[in-house]
Design a binder for this molecule. Structure first.
Ligand SMILES: Nc1ncnc2c1ncn2[C@@H]1O[C@H](COP(=O)(O)OP(=O)(O)OP(=O)(O)O)[C@@H](O)[C@H]1O
Ligand SMILES: [Mg+2]
Length: 309
C-alpha cells in the first residue's frame, strides 16, 4: 500500500503546555483512517499542522513523500480538507465559491466542478447564495472544494458535526467511496467511536496530545468489549423478567419502566436467557445490543491509566 501521510515525532507547545506530544503514525492510499479523541485531545491542532496552517515545533510531516515545511507547495497539491468549519463567502453562490477555489488549484476544469457538485449532491442548490445554505449544505460545499483537485489525501476535521442522520450517512458513504474506489487516503477526526466504527478501516486514538494506539477498527471494538455484550431487553412484565434474570445468575442494571440491561459473556448465556424468559411466559418485545462507549475503549487501551482528559 502506498504511504500517503507520514507523521513522525510531531511536537507542538502553546505557552508552556505540550499540546502535541511525540505523535507518529502513517496513513495509506485506499483507507479511511479515523483520528479519535475527546475534546481538547489535539485533533484540530494536528490537522492544522498537516494542512500547513500551523507551524511545527519538532518532528516531520510528509505528504506523498513531500515534507510539509520544506516542500510546502508540492505537499499541499496533494491535500484537500476542511478544518473546523468550512470557510465560504456567504454572499456568493455555491458555484461562485467553488470557482474561487478553482483559481487556486492547478488543472481543475469546469467539467470537474460539475462532477464534484454532483458527487456531494448539491446540483439543485449550487447556484443559490451560501447564506441561504443549511449547515449540512455548507459541509457538502466544503467537501466539494476539498476534493476538486483530486487530492491523494483528504483531511476532514469532525465532518459530521451538525449533520442529521441522513447527512451523516451520505458523508460516510462518500468517504468510503473515495477511499475504496478512488484510492484516496481519507483522514477523519471524531470524538465518537460509534461513528468511526461505521466508516473507518483503522483508528488512531489520541488523548492529551499523545497517540495511545492505532488499530483496525474491528479489533479496537472487540478489544473494548472483551467477550462481554450489553443487551437491552424491553418486556411486557418487568418484575417477572427481573426475577428470571436473577435466577439465571445475571445482574440487571439500567432498569426502567419496561426495559433493563444485562451483560452476557457468551452466546450460550444469551440463548439460555431467551429460553428462560419465554418459558416464564414473558414477551420480549425488543432486544438491542448497546453501543460501546468511547471511555471503555480508552480505559482498555490505556490499561485503566489516568491519561484521559
Ligand atoms: N491557540 C491556542 N492557544 C493555546 N492553547 C490552544 C490553542 N489552540 C488549542 N489549544 C489547546 O490545545 C489543546 C488541543 O486543542 P485541539 O483544538 O487540537 O483539540 P481537539 O482534539 O480538536 O478538540 P475538539 O474535539 O474539542 O475539537 C486544547 O487543550 C486547547 O485548549
Ligand atoms: Mg477540534
Amino acid at each position: 500500500m502506498e504511504k500517503v501521510l507520514k507523521v513522525s515525532n510531531l511536537n507542538k507547545r502553546m505557552g508552556n503546555r505540550q499540546i502535541i506530544d511525540n505523535l507518529s503514525f502513517e496513513t495509506y492510499a485506499g483507507e479511511v483512517f479515523g483520528f479519535l479523541g475527546p475534546n481538547g485531545a489535539g485533533k484540530t491542532t494536528t490537522i492544522k499542522m498537516i494542512m500547513g496552517l500551523l507551524s511545527i515545533d519538532e518532528g516531520e510531516i510528509e505528504i506523498c513523500g513531500h515534507n510539509v515545511t520544506r516542500r510546502f507547495e508540492t505537499a499541499m497539491e496533494n491535500v484537500g480538507g476542511i478544518v473546523e468549519n468550512p470557510e465560504t463567502y456567504t454572499y456568493l453562490t455555491g458555484m461562485q465559491n467553488l470557482r474561487q477555489y478553482k483559481r487556486m488549484r492547478k488543472g481543475v476544469t469546469e467539467e470537474r466542478l460539475r462532477e464534484v457538485v454532483r458527487l456531494v449532491g448539491l446540483e439543485n442548490r449550487i447556484n443559490e447564495k451560501v447564506k441561504r445554505y443549511s449547515l449540512g449544505m455548507k459541509q457538502r460545499l466544503g467537501l466539494a472544494q476539498a476534493i476538486m483537485h483530486h487530492p491523494k489525501l483528504l483531511v476532514m476535521d469532525e465532518p459530521t458535526n451538525g449533520l442529521d442522520p441522513a447527512g451523516i450517512r451520505e458523508m460516510r458513504d462518500i468517504f468510503k467511496r473515495l477511499a475504496h474506489e478512488e484510492g484516496v487516503a481519507v483522514f477523519v477526526s471524531s470524538h465518537l467511536l460509534s461513528e468511526m466504527e461505521l466508516m473507518c478501516d483503522r483508528v488512531g486514538i489520541i488523548a492529551n496530545g499523545r497517540l495511545l494506539g492505532v488499530k483496525p477498527v474491528n479489533e479496537l471494538i472487540m478489544q473494548a468489549q472483551g467477550n462481554q455484550r450489553v443487551m437491552r431487553y424491553t418486556v411486557n412484565d418487568l418484575p417477572a423478567a427481573l426475577k428470571v434474570v436473577g435466577d439465571n445468575r445475571l445482574e440487571p442494571f439500567n432498569v426502567n419502566e419496561r426495559s433493563f440491561d444485562v451483560a452476557v459473556e457468551s452466546d450460550e448465556q444469551l440463548g439460555r436467557l431467551g429460553i428462560a424468559l419465554a418459558s416464564a411466559g414473558i414477551w420480549v418485545l425488543e432486544v438491542t445490543r448497546q453501543g460501546q462507549h468511547l471511555e471503555d475503549v480508552f480505559i482498555e487501551i490505556t490499561g485503566g491509566g489516568d491519561q484521559i482528559a
